[in-house]
Design a protein around this ligand. Structure first.
Ligand code: HEC
Length: 113
């Protein structure tokens, strides 16, 4: 192999790495409605001050293990004030579509956090 050849291969490698990095950045910036379970877990810590793991009280329902589509729909309904609870309306009003999708994914997948 000539040194020129080796150089070209190196350049190719760099381009490949750059392309992979660009893909990563694009997915991190989030395409529409990207559900991310790590983001869901992170956001869920706020919810768990009220919705404790697997324990429903008379006023606060257990939301762990709820179906993903149900959870997302309920959160959107609170956000749009189609459901009446002011506490949940306030919390949901701060959530983006991606955050709702991520929370729904996390709670649906998690029965015993
Ligand atoms: C300050 C306490 C509190 C926090 C924090 C809270 N919730 Fe709630 N949540 C409630 C209460 C109270 C209800 C019951 C509302 C009702 O009866 O209409 C509820 C209801 C719900 C429901 C409907 C469940 C069902 O079976 O009807 C979902 C889904 C939900 N919350 C998700 C969340 C998520 C996700 C978060 C975090 C982003 C969160 N909640 C944070 C108090 C809270």
């Amino acid at each position: 192999m000539t040194s020129r050849c080796r150089q070209r291969r190196t350049r190719c490698r760099i381009l490949e790495i750059a392309a992979a990095a660009a893909t990563l950045v694009a997915s991190a910036q989030g395409c529409a409605h990207a559900a991310d379970i790590q983001l869901g877990r992170h956001l869920a810590s706020e919810c768990m001050t009220c919705h404790r793991a697997g324990a429903a009280s008379s006023t606060i329902p257990n939301i762990f293990g709820l179906a993903e589509t149900t959870l997302a729909e309920v959160l959107r309904a609170y956000r749009e004030k189609r459901l009446a609870n002011p506490v949940m309306q306030n919390i949901a009003s701060r959530l983006t579509d991606d955050e709702i999708a991520s929370l729904a994914l996390y709670f649906a997948a998690t029965k015993n956090p």
